[in-house]
Design a protein around this ligand. Sequence first.
Ligand SMILES: [Zn+2]
Length: 231
Amino acid sequence: MKRKLWIWLLVLASIVLVVDKNPNLIPHLKSTVQEAGVKVQPYLYSLEASVDRKLNGTTQTTTEHQVGSTVTPAESPMKDVSTSNVYYFHFKKDVPQSVRDVFTRAVNTYNATGIVRLIPGQPQTNKNSITFFVYHKKIENIASRTVELGNGGPSSLVINHFAINTAQAGLNLQYPDLSIKDSVAVHELGHALGLAHSSSTKSVMYPMDQGISTLSQGDINGLRAVYRSGK
Ligand SMILES: [Zn+2]
């Protein structure tokens, strides 16, 4: 009886040792289980807005003074600054044609407003730019039951209230069937141009993908607010 207990202790100790020596073992097992068992809901990730939420525990929604005609809110780096409405955009080398196609249609959607002008070209000093990219990321949080489809956001250097926006927009190719969509591209490019999440279900900036790729009046108003003074 006593000898059996020793053997079991030895087995247990070696399991602990194996796991300890291979820290990747546990995360890998976890993600496999999550992927298999969870009914997922696609969501759209904003770099900047997400940081804000983590810091103050609130979700960005339409503010009081904007009620009446709904305005899609601005990302914090693009609030209360003036910036040029001209952007030079390019794709990273590893971006597949299917992703280039959806982002090109998204570029056309924003250019059609007449509020911004997105021109193909490499980033230039002191000019606004957008880099389109792809990445792979598996779901991490089983409780949230969500899948990240993309991310994007502005990154602004502000001098005397004038912002130079070095923006990014990308799609998560871990879930290509869900992410390579016009609605996701329009959403992530919206973040890059300075739009934050909207509580309006008509907005392309609603945080969950609804398949909407046409800008709402609120989205156009929000875009106009970001670029009201810059030319
Ligand atoms: Zn988003």
